[in-house]
Write a protein that binds this ligand. Structure first.
Ligand SMILES: NC(=O)C1=CN([C@@H]2O[C@H](COP(=O)(O)OP(=O)(O)OC[C@H]3O[C@@H](n4cnc5c(N)ncnc54)[C@H](OP(=O)(O)O)[C@@H]3O)[C@@H](O)[C@H]2O)C=CC1
Ligand SMILES: CC(C)CCC[C@@H](C)[C@H]1CC[C@H]2C3=C(CC[C@]12C)[C@@]1(C)CCC(=O)[C@@H](C)[C@@H]1CC3
Length: 338
Protein backbone atom coordinates (compact mmCIF):
# COMPACT_ATOMS: atom_id res chain seq x y z
CA UNK A 1 0.00 0.00 0.00
CA UNK A 2 1.51 3.38 -0.99
CA UNK A 3 1.95 6.04 1.71
CA UNK A 4 0.02 9.30 1.82
CA UNK A 5 1.85 12.51 2.72
CA UNK A 6 0.04 15.80 3.25
CA UNK A 7 2.23 18.90 2.93
CA UNK A 8 1.08 22.34 4.09
CA UNK A 9 2.56 25.18 2.05
CA UNK A 10 4.39 23.78 -0.89
CA UNK A 11 3.84 26.36 -3.62
CA UNK A 12 7.39 27.58 -3.30
CA UNK A 13 10.62 27.28 -1.34
CA UNK A 14 11.36 24.44 1.05
CA UNK A 15 7.89 22.83 0.72
CA UNK A 16 8.18 22.44 -3.05
CA UNK A 17 11.75 21.09 -2.77
CA UNK A 18 10.51 18.60 -0.18
CA UNK A 19 7.79 17.33 -2.54
CA UNK A 20 10.38 16.88 -5.32
CA UNK A 21 12.63 14.95 -2.98
CA UNK A 22 9.82 12.77 -1.60
CA UNK A 23 8.66 11.79 -5.09
CA UNK A 24 12.26 11.05 -6.14
CA UNK A 25 12.56 8.80 -3.06
CA UNK A 26 9.23 7.01 -3.45
CA UNK A 27 7.44 7.27 -6.80
CA UNK A 28 4.43 5.40 -5.33
CA UNK A 29 3.88 8.07 -2.69
CA UNK A 30 0.54 9.87 -2.88
CA UNK A 31 0.88 13.57 -2.15
CA UNK A 32 -1.76 16.02 -1.00
CA UNK A 33 -0.63 19.60 -1.43
CA UNK A 34 -2.44 21.98 0.89
CA UNK A 35 -2.13 25.61 -0.26
CA UNK A 36 -4.10 28.81 0.08
CA UNK A 37 -3.58 29.96 -3.51
CA UNK A 38 -4.96 27.35 -5.93
CA UNK A 39 -3.37 28.91 -9.01
CA UNK A 40 0.08 28.60 -7.47
CA UNK A 41 -0.82 25.12 -6.24
CA UNK A 42 -1.71 24.10 -9.82
CA UNK A 43 1.62 25.47 -11.03
CA UNK A 44 3.47 23.51 -8.33
CA UNK A 45 1.54 20.36 -9.24
CA UNK A 46 2.42 20.78 -12.93
CA UNK A 47 6.09 21.26 -12.05
CA UNK A 48 6.07 18.07 -9.96
CA UNK A 49 4.29 16.10 -12.69
CA UNK A 50 6.85 17.24 -15.27
CA UNK A 51 9.61 15.41 -13.44
CA UNK A 52 7.43 12.60 -11.99
CA UNK A 53 4.89 11.83 -14.73
CA UNK A 54 3.10 8.98 -12.90
CA UNK A 55 2.92 10.68 -9.52
CA UNK A 56 -0.40 10.99 -7.70
CA UNK A 57 -0.63 14.60 -6.59
CA UNK A 58 -3.86 15.98 -5.10
CA UNK A 59 -4.60 19.61 -4.28
CA UNK A 60 -6.42 21.02 -1.31
CA UNK A 61 -7.34 24.61 -0.49
CA UNK A 62 -6.01 25.56 2.93
CA UNK A 63 -5.22 28.88 4.52
CA UNK A 64 -3.63 27.83 7.82
CA UNK A 65 -4.02 31.37 9.10
CA UNK A 66 -7.82 31.13 8.98
CA UNK A 67 -9.80 29.02 11.46
CA UNK A 68 -12.70 28.60 9.04
CA UNK A 69 -10.39 27.42 6.27
CA UNK A 70 -8.64 24.90 8.55
CA UNK A 71 -11.96 23.44 9.73
CA UNK A 72 -13.24 23.15 6.14
CA UNK A 73 -9.99 21.61 4.88
CA UNK A 74 -9.95 19.09 7.74
CA UNK A 75 -13.47 17.96 6.80
CA UNK A 76 -12.42 17.63 3.16
CA UNK A 77 -9.35 15.56 4.09
CA UNK A 78 -11.48 13.21 6.20
CA UNK A 79 -13.93 12.80 3.33
CA UNK A 80 -11.12 12.04 0.85
CA UNK A 81 -8.68 9.82 2.74
CA UNK A 82 -8.88 7.03 5.25
CA UNK A 83 -5.39 7.57 6.63
CA UNK A 84 -2.42 9.97 6.59
CA UNK A 85 1.11 8.64 7.02
CA UNK A 86 3.04 11.93 7.02
CA UNK A 87 1.82 15.42 7.81
CA UNK A 88 4.37 18.18 7.05
CA UNK A 89 3.56 21.44 8.82
CA UNK A 90 5.69 23.79 6.77
CA UNK A 91 3.71 27.04 6.41
CA UNK A 92 5.43 29.98 8.05
CA UNK A 93 5.40 33.76 7.73
CA UNK A 94 7.63 36.59 8.91
CA UNK A 95 5.75 39.85 8.18
CA UNK A 96 7.51 43.23 8.04
CA UNK A 97 10.97 42.02 9.08
CA UNK A 98 13.47 44.63 10.28
CA UNK A 99 17.20 43.93 10.58
CA UNK A 100 18.99 45.66 13.43
CA UNK A 101 22.01 46.82 11.42
CA UNK A 102 23.84 48.18 14.51
CA UNK A 103 23.57 44.82 16.30
CA UNK A 104 24.66 43.07 13.10
CA UNK A 105 27.92 45.06 12.80
CA UNK A 106 28.57 44.77 16.55
CA UNK A 107 28.03 40.99 16.30
CA UNK A 108 30.28 40.76 13.27
CA UNK A 109 33.30 41.66 15.41
CA UNK A 110 32.29 39.63 18.47
CA UNK A 111 33.03 36.05 19.53
CA UNK A 112 29.34 35.21 18.87
CA UNK A 113 29.53 35.87 15.16
CA UNK A 114 28.90 32.25 14.10
CA UNK A 115 25.97 31.97 16.53
CA UNK A 116 24.57 35.24 15.18
CA UNK A 117 24.64 33.96 11.58
CA UNK A 118 23.10 30.64 12.62
CA UNK A 119 20.24 31.97 14.72
CA UNK A 120 19.90 35.71 13.92
CA UNK A 121 19.51 36.16 17.70
CA UNK A 122 18.78 39.80 18.48
CA UNK A 123 19.02 40.73 14.77
CA UNK A 124 15.45 40.51 13.58
CA UNK A 125 12.18 42.03 14.70
CA UNK A 126 8.77 41.88 13.03
CA UNK A 127 5.52 43.83 13.17
CA UNK A 128 2.47 41.64 13.59
CA UNK A 129 -1.27 42.40 13.56
CA UNK A 130 -4.46 40.58 14.56
CA UNK A 131 -6.26 38.71 11.75
CA UNK A 132 -10.02 38.43 11.14
CA UNK A 133 -10.30 35.67 13.79
CA UNK A 134 -8.81 38.10 16.32
CA UNK A 135 -5.59 36.05 16.54
CA UNK A 136 -2.11 37.47 15.96
CA UNK A 137 -1.27 36.58 12.35
CA UNK A 138 2.14 35.00 12.96
CA UNK A 139 0.83 32.89 15.85
CA UNK A 140 -2.24 31.89 13.79
CA UNK A 141 -0.21 30.87 10.72
CA UNK A 142 2.94 29.42 12.22
CA UNK A 143 1.36 27.61 15.15
CA UNK A 144 -2.37 27.70 15.89
CA UNK A 145 -3.63 26.78 12.39
CA UNK A 146 -1.38 23.73 12.39
CA UNK A 147 -2.40 22.82 15.93
CA UNK A 148 -6.09 23.05 14.95
CA UNK A 149 -5.51 20.92 11.87
CA UNK A 150 -3.91 18.17 13.97
CA UNK A 151 -6.72 18.39 16.49
CA UNK A 152 -9.42 18.15 13.78
CA UNK A 153 -7.64 15.29 11.99
CA UNK A 154 -7.07 13.28 15.15
CA UNK A 155 -9.40 10.40 14.14
CA UNK A 156 -7.37 10.01 10.93
CA UNK A 157 -3.94 10.51 12.48
CA UNK A 158 -4.44 8.30 15.54
CA UNK A 159 -5.89 5.14 14.05
CA UNK A 160 -5.45 1.79 15.81
CA UNK A 161 -2.57 -0.21 14.35
CA UNK A 162 -1.33 2.73 12.26
CA UNK A 163 1.65 5.06 12.71
CA UNK A 164 1.46 8.69 11.63
CA UNK A 165 4.34 11.15 11.47
CA UNK A 166 4.05 14.90 11.95
CA UNK A 167 7.01 17.08 10.99
CA UNK A 168 7.21 20.78 11.89
CA UNK A 169 9.45 23.17 9.98
CA UNK A 170 10.78 25.12 12.94
CA UNK A 171 13.85 27.35 13.03
CA UNK A 172 17.10 27.91 14.91
CA UNK A 173 15.63 31.39 15.44
CA UNK A 174 13.24 29.79 18.01
CA UNK A 175 14.23 31.19 21.41
CA UNK A 176 12.89 30.64 24.92
CA UNK A 177 13.37 34.29 25.90
CA UNK A 178 11.20 35.44 22.97
CA UNK A 179 8.27 33.36 24.26
CA UNK A 180 6.02 34.21 27.19
CA UNK A 181 3.42 31.84 28.62
CA UNK A 182 1.35 34.89 29.63
CA UNK A 183 1.33 36.09 26.03
CA UNK A 184 1.47 32.97 23.84
CA UNK A 185 0.35 34.97 20.79
CA UNK A 186 3.18 37.48 21.31
CA UNK A 187 0.83 40.48 21.21
CA UNK A 188 3.24 42.61 23.21
CA UNK A 189 6.64 41.81 21.72
CA UNK A 190 8.64 42.41 18.57
CA UNK A 191 9.77 38.81 17.87
CA UNK A 192 6.56 36.95 16.98
CA UNK A 193 8.42 34.66 14.55
CA UNK A 194 10.92 33.48 17.16
CA UNK A 195 8.12 33.07 19.72
CA UNK A 196 5.91 31.04 17.35
CA UNK A 197 8.79 28.71 16.40
CA UNK A 198 9.68 28.16 20.06
CA UNK A 199 6.01 27.34 20.70
CA UNK A 200 6.03 24.79 17.87
CA UNK A 201 9.08 23.09 19.43
CA UNK A 202 7.20 22.79 22.73
CA UNK A 203 3.98 21.66 21.08
CA UNK A 204 5.84 18.89 19.28
CA UNK A 205 7.16 17.60 22.63
CA UNK A 206 3.67 17.77 24.18
CA UNK A 207 2.17 15.90 21.22
CA UNK A 208 4.72 13.14 21.70
CA UNK A 209 3.87 12.92 25.42
CA UNK A 210 0.13 12.67 24.72
CA UNK A 211 -0.09 10.78 21.45
CA UNK A 212 2.87 8.39 21.02
CA UNK A 213 0.76 5.64 22.61
CA UNK A 214 -1.84 6.24 19.86
CA UNK A 215 0.74 5.90 17.08
CA UNK A 216 1.33 9.61 16.44
CA UNK A 217 4.96 10.82 16.41
CA UNK A 218 6.01 14.45 16.05
CA UNK A 219 9.44 15.89 15.12
CA UNK A 220 10.87 19.35 14.43
CA UNK A 221 13.48 20.43 11.94
CA UNK A 222 15.41 23.58 11.06
CA UNK A 223 16.16 23.99 7.35
CA UNK A 224 19.02 26.45 8.00
CA UNK A 225 19.19 29.78 6.18
CA UNK A 226 17.54 29.19 2.80
CA UNK A 227 17.01 31.73 0.04
CA UNK A 228 13.21 31.72 -0.40
CA UNK A 229 10.45 34.34 -0.60
CA UNK A 230 10.60 34.49 3.19
CA UNK A 231 14.28 35.51 3.29
CA UNK A 232 14.01 37.71 0.17
CA UNK A 233 11.48 39.73 2.17
CA UNK A 234 14.13 40.64 4.74
CA UNK A 235 16.50 42.73 2.60
CA UNK A 236 16.08 44.47 -0.79
CA UNK A 237 16.91 42.03 -3.63
CA UNK A 238 19.87 44.08 -4.89
CA UNK A 239 21.48 43.74 -1.45
CA UNK A 240 20.94 39.97 -1.45
CA UNK A 241 22.53 39.78 -4.93
CA UNK A 242 25.49 41.81 -3.64
CA UNK A 243 26.07 39.69 -0.54
CA UNK A 244 25.31 36.31 -2.15
CA UNK A 245 28.99 35.42 -2.83
CA UNK A 246 29.73 36.32 0.82
CA UNK A 247 26.95 33.96 1.93
CA UNK A 248 28.64 31.07 0.12
CA UNK A 249 31.93 32.05 1.82
CA UNK A 250 30.25 32.17 5.26
CA UNK A 251 29.23 28.53 4.67
CA UNK A 252 32.86 27.55 5.34
CA UNK A 253 32.42 28.89 8.90
CA UNK A 254 28.80 27.91 9.64
CA UNK A 255 27.16 24.83 8.12
CA UNK A 256 23.71 26.39 8.76
CA UNK A 257 23.80 28.37 5.48
CA UNK A 258 22.08 25.68 3.42
CA UNK A 259 21.00 28.41 0.96
CA UNK A 260 19.08 26.29 -1.60
CA UNK A 261 15.58 24.91 -0.92
CA UNK A 262 16.90 21.44 -1.93
CA UNK A 263 19.56 21.57 0.82
CA UNK A 264 17.07 23.12 3.25
CA UNK A 265 14.72 20.14 2.76
CA UNK A 266 17.52 17.71 3.75
CA UNK A 267 16.30 17.07 7.33
CA UNK A 268 12.67 16.73 6.14
CA UNK A 269 13.77 14.12 3.63
CA UNK A 270 16.01 12.36 6.18
CA UNK A 271 13.13 12.11 8.67
CA UNK A 272 10.94 10.53 5.98
CA UNK A 273 13.40 7.60 5.95
CA UNK A 274 13.69 7.11 9.73
CA UNK A 275 11.75 4.84 12.07
CA UNK A 276 9.73 7.19 14.35
CA UNK A 277 10.48 5.17 17.50
CA UNK A 278 14.21 5.80 16.95
CA UNK A 279 13.84 9.60 16.97
CA UNK A 280 14.50 11.85 19.95
CA UNK A 281 11.40 13.97 20.83
CA UNK A 282 13.67 16.61 22.44
CA UNK A 283 15.92 16.98 19.41
CA UNK A 284 15.64 19.45 16.57
CA UNK A 285 16.90 17.93 13.33
CA UNK A 286 18.99 20.48 11.43
CA UNK A 287 19.61 20.55 7.69
CA UNK A 288 23.29 21.46 7.36
CA UNK A 289 25.55 22.04 4.37
CA UNK A 290 29.34 22.01 4.39
CA UNK A 291 31.51 24.67 2.73
CA UNK A 292 31.88 22.38 -0.27
CA UNK A 293 28.14 21.91 -0.60
CA UNK A 294 27.56 18.49 0.99
CA UNK A 295 24.23 18.27 2.83
CA UNK A 296 23.52 16.23 5.94
CA UNK A 297 21.21 16.10 8.96
CA UNK A 298 22.32 16.58 12.54
CA UNK A 299 20.20 16.50 15.74
CA UNK A 300 20.64 19.14 18.46
CA UNK A 301 18.92 19.17 21.86
CA UNK A 302 16.21 21.84 22.19
CA UNK A 303 16.01 24.26 25.11
CA UNK A 304 12.51 23.09 26.15
CA UNK A 305 10.96 21.48 29.20
CA UNK A 306 8.04 19.14 29.70
CA UNK A 307 6.16 21.29 32.23
CA UNK A 308 6.14 24.36 29.99
CA UNK A 309 5.11 22.25 26.99
CA UNK A 310 2.25 20.83 29.01
CA UNK A 311 1.02 24.31 30.01
CA UNK A 312 1.19 25.50 26.39
CA UNK A 313 -0.73 22.43 25.25
CA UNK A 314 -3.54 23.11 27.72
CA UNK A 315 -3.61 26.82 26.74
CA UNK A 316 -4.01 25.82 23.09
CA UNK A 317 -6.83 23.43 24.00
CA UNK A 318 -8.55 26.26 25.87
CA UNK A 319 -8.08 28.69 22.96
CA UNK A 320 -9.46 26.09 20.55
CA UNK A 321 -12.62 25.79 22.67
CA UNK A 322 -13.02 29.57 22.88
CA UNK A 323 -12.54 30.06 19.14
CA UNK A 324 -14.95 27.26 18.23
CA UNK A 325 -17.46 28.66 20.73
CA UNK A 326 -17.26 32.07 19.08
CA UNK A 327 -17.69 30.51 15.63
CA UNK A 328 -20.80 28.61 16.63
CA UNK A 329 -22.26 31.78 18.18
CA UNK A 330 -21.73 33.48 14.81
CA UNK A 331 -23.07 30.55 12.72
CA UNK A 332 -25.46 28.56 14.95
CA UNK A 333 -27.19 26.92 11.95
CA UNK A 334 -23.99 25.72 10.32
CA UNK A 335 -22.87 24.22 13.64
CA UNK A 336 -26.17 22.38 14.05
CA UNK A 337 -25.68 20.71 10.67
CA UNK A 338 -21.97 19.91 11.19
N1 LIG B 1 13.88 30.32 4.46
C1 LIG B 1 14.55 30.15 5.60
O1 LIG B 1 15.73 30.55 5.73
C2 LIG B 1 13.89 29.45 6.72
C3 LIG B 1 12.58 29.04 6.69
N2 LIG B 1 12.04 28.40 7.77
C4 LIG B 1 10.66 27.93 7.73
O2 LIG B 1 10.45 27.14 6.58
C5 LIG B 1 9.07 27.14 6.25
C6 LIG B 1 8.91 27.34 4.76
O3 LIG B 1 9.39 28.61 4.45
P1 LIG B 1 10.04 29.00 3.06
O4 LIG B 1 10.05 27.88 2.12
O5 LIG B 1 11.28 29.70 3.41
O6 LIG B 1 8.89 29.98 2.67
P2 LIG B 1 8.41 30.67 1.28
O7 LIG B 1 8.29 32.10 1.61
O8 LIG B 1 9.12 30.22 0.08
O9 LIG B 1 7.01 30.05 1.12
C7 LIG B 1 5.99 30.56 1.84
C8 LIG B 1 4.79 29.76 1.42
O10 LIG B 1 3.91 29.75 2.54
C9 LIG B 1 2.63 29.90 2.05
N3 LIG B 1 1.78 30.47 3.07
C10 LIG B 1 1.97 31.64 3.74
N4 LIG B 1 0.94 31.85 4.56
C11 LIG B 1 0.08 30.82 4.39
C12 LIG B 1 -1.18 30.50 4.91
N5 LIG B 1 -1.80 31.28 5.80
N6 LIG B 1 -1.79 29.35 4.50
C13 LIG B 1 -1.20 28.56 3.59
N7 LIG B 1 -0.02 28.82 3.03
C14 LIG B 1 0.62 29.94 3.43
C15 LIG B 1 2.80 30.82 0.85
O11 LIG B 1 1.72 30.65 0.02
P3 LIG B 1 1.31 31.75 -1.07
O12 LIG B 1 2.02 31.29 -2.30
O13 LIG B 1 -0.16 31.62 -1.14
O14 LIG B 1 1.79 33.08 -0.56
C16 LIG B 1 4.10 30.34 0.23
O15 LIG B 1 3.87 29.35 -0.72
C17 LIG B 1 8.44 28.23 7.11
O16 LIG B 1 7.80 27.62 8.20
C18 LIG B 1 9.63 29.03 7.61
O17 LIG B 1 9.38 29.65 8.83
C19 LIG B 1 12.77 28.13 8.88
C20 LIG B 1 14.07 28.52 8.96
C21 LIG B 1 14.73 29.21 7.90
C1 LIG C 1 24.62 43.58 5.29
C2 LIG C 1 23.40 43.14 5.99
C3 LIG C 1 22.97 44.03 7.09
C4 LIG C 1 23.54 41.68 6.35
C5 LIG C 1 22.37 41.13 7.09
C6 LIG C 1 22.37 39.64 7.18
C7 LIG C 1 21.05 39.15 7.77
C8 LIG C 1 19.92 39.68 6.92
C9 LIG C 1 21.03 37.62 7.88
C10 LIG C 1 22.14 37.13 8.83
C11 LIG C 1 21.61 35.85 9.51
C12 LIG C 1 20.33 35.57 8.74
C13 LIG C 1 19.32 34.59 9.29
C14 LIG C 1 17.97 34.71 8.95
C15 LIG C 1 17.52 35.88 8.13
C16 LIG C 1 18.62 36.71 7.49
C17 LIG C 1 19.77 36.94 8.44
C18 LIG C 1 19.25 37.69 9.66
C19 LIG C 1 16.91 33.78 9.49
C20 LIG C 1 16.31 34.48 10.68
C21 LIG C 1 15.79 33.52 8.48
C22 LIG C 1 14.70 32.67 9.02
C23 LIG C 1 15.10 31.64 10.02
O1 LIG C 1 14.20 30.91 10.44
C24 LIG C 1 16.48 31.55 10.57
C25 LIG C 1 16.96 30.12 10.72
C26 LIG C 1 17.50 32.41 9.86
C27 LIG C 1 18.77 32.59 10.71
C28 LIG C 1 19.84 33.40 10.03
Amino acid sequence: VSSLACVCNLCSGIGLALCERLLAEDSQLRLCLACRNMQRAEAARSALLTSHTDARVDLLQLDVGSVHSVLTAAQEIQARYNRIDFLYLNAGIMPNPQVNVKTFFKGLFSRNVVHMFATAEGLLTQQDLPNSDGLQEVFATNLFGHYLLISELEPLLCKAGHTCRIVWTSSSNARRSAFSMDDIQHRNGTEPYSSSKYASDMLSLALNQHKNNQGLFSSVICPGLVMTNLTYGILPSFLWSLIMPIMYLIRFFTNTFTLTPYNGAEALHWLFLQKPEALDPRAKYHSLTSGLGTSYTHPRQMDIDEDMSEVLYSKLLELEKTIKGKLSERNPEKEAHA
